[in-house]
Design a protein around this ligand. Structure first.
Ligand code: ADP
Length: 324
């Protein structure tokens, strides 16, 4: 392998730049050429490439988003689109790529690898932490810090007015952000898709909170929660059934995807980038870099996509004890 391409694809997350930097610098260190692909698979199809050297990635480790831009690309879902992408890579003399993205990006990489036997390695970049084969995805830790900071601020105003807040956080179909940030910010209740405890229990718990003398309450609701009600409907429901509360809603939204990556994400990205390039140079392919028990691991991409992440039961128990 003489020339490795790096791209970011799908939803962006903090730490992607640190991973790009790591891939580029590892290539420089190993004396293989490195090329950046702009705008994910769209840029691959268009041949939007730029040669990178160690100095091309100065001062980006601390930046959120991705300097290479990201994109959703429907053409890559078609055999014709992938054929064009392959032609562009061959024309540019690229013989492997590292894709930083989520399960959609990995699915594309896997199909491409199958069709052209083209060496690919994935690095999981998503705040949702919903990828199997790694305990942490890039951006998850940063998003948690952002959410906790926001909830701290909401708590200030909630307790000044004795209010109840429903705070919706991201996470797609999983409750990792909600559970971890909920424990970290001391939420009264955490509603996650993995555990649907029912609305009666929520009312019970809120009633108890009030009776025990709590001056404010924060309920974290994962966007994928399966209670059957969104945050606004939850507000109405509680106001109707528990009129003792003055209820407000806050949907944190895309701010959770932005911001400077935490030190944890920067270090993780640096480690994963090295591992990805090393894996390619060792002739490995179709694998995703992960971290498990603080060891870097390689998981077949098809397993990473199909596997289900597990919610931390022990942490659920801790959250239950903490809300006593
Ligand atoms: P993420 O990587 O964050 O999950 P997406 O699901 O949008 O984001 O996927 C990113 C891109 O990966 C898509 O825009 C598309 O180009 C490519 N992709 C996703 N699924 C497939 C697929 N089944 N076949 C080919 N390419 C795909």
């Amino acid at each position: 392998i003489k020339k490795i391409a790096v791209l970011t694809s799908g939803g962006d997350s903090p730490g992607m730049n640190a991973a790009i930097r790591s891939v580029v610098r590892t290539c420089a260190y190993m004396k293989v050429d490195c090329v950046a692909v702009y705008r994910g698979y769209q840029g691959m199809i268009e041949g939007d490439f730029k040669p990178m050297d160690a100095r091309s990635v100065n001062n980006i480790i601390n930046k959120g988003g991705t300097i290479l831009k990201s994109a959703r690309c429907n053409d890559f879902r078609t055999p014709e689109g992938r054929k064009t992408a392959h032609d562009q890579l061959v024309k540019a003399g690229i013989d492997a790529f590292v894709v930083i993205g989520g399960d959609g990006s990995f699915t594309g990489a896997m199909i491409f690898n199958r069709e052209y036997n083209f060496p690919v390695i994935g690095i999981p970049g998503t705040i949702d932490n919903d990828i199997f084969g790694t305990t942490f995805t890039l951006g998850f830790d940063t998003a948690l810090n952002t959410v906790v900071e926001c909830i701290d601020k909401i708590r200030d105003t909630a307790s000044s007015h004795n209010r109840l807040f429903f705070v919706e956080v991201m996470g797609r179909d999983v409750g990792h952000i909600a559970l971890n940030a909920g424990v970290g910010a001391g939420a009264e209740e955490i509603l996650i898709p993995e555990e649907n405890l029912g609305l009666d229990r929520l009312l019970e718990s809120l009633k108890r909170s009030k009776e025990s003398g709590k001056s404010s309450s924060i309920v974290i609701v994962a966007e994928g929660d399966k209670s059957g009600k969104n945050v606004f409907e939850l507000k109405e429901y509680v106001e109707e059934h528990l009129p003792i509360y003055d209820v407000r809603v806050s949907v944190l939204g895309h701010m959770q995807r932005g911001g400077a990556p935490s030190c944890f994400d920067r270090v993780l990205a640096s480690r994963m980038g090295v591992k990805a390039v090393e894996a390619l140079l060792e002739g490995k392919t179709n694998l995703m870099v992960g971290i498990q028990d603080n060891q870097l691991t390689l998981t077949p991409i098809n397993k990473a996509i199909k596997g289900h992440t597990k919610i931390d039961k022990e942490l659920i128990r801790v959250s239950e004890i903490m809300t006593t």
